[in-house]
Design a binder for this molecule. Structure first.
Ligand SMILES: [Zn+2]
Length: 136
């Protein structure tokens, strides 16, 4: 994956979920086709922690089924950083094990200006890929 496009409506939904969950990290799955995100699936952070997240395996399984039924591909797993910048922590990087999926981190550090960065992790090396927010 070399880049990702996200509609503004999906970005706004992700920010609303993160603000509602703060100071706990929020998380979820972004799906679409090619490099274009079309759908966001909010997930429960079963760690209920301000510095960790873990998705509920049963909930994740249900989302994967919905995604397949809709003909969408899992493009990225996202989580929020309520108080820290949008970068992968060492633990995030260690737990980034799903192949061919990008990892998006949404930072609420500047409460008025939330921003996101996307990373691809390959052999324990994280590389940032461009994210473009598009109209829609
Ligand atoms: Zn993190």
């Amino acid at each position: 994956m070399t880049e990702l496009e996200m509609p503004a409506s999906v970005f706004d939904q992700m920010v609303a979920q993160a603000r509602a969950a703060a100071p706990i990290e929020s998380c979820g799955i972004l799906a679409g086709g090619d490099n274009r995100i079309e759908q966001l699936y909010e997930m429960t952070n079963i760690d209920k922690s301000p510095i960790h997240f873990a998705m509920d395996p049963a909930e994740q399984f249900a989302v994967v089924k919905k995604m397949r039924a809709a003909g969408l591909k899992m493009l990225a797993i996202y989580h929020s950083h309520p108080l820290t910048p949008a970068r992968l922590s060492e633990e995030d990087q260690r737990l980034a094990l799903t192949p061919d999926v990008a990892y998006l981190v949404l930072s609420l550090k500047d409460a008025e200006n939330p921003y996101a960065k996307v990373f691809v992790v390959d052999r324990a090396q994280a590389r940032q890929v461009p994210l473009t927010i598009v109209k829609g």
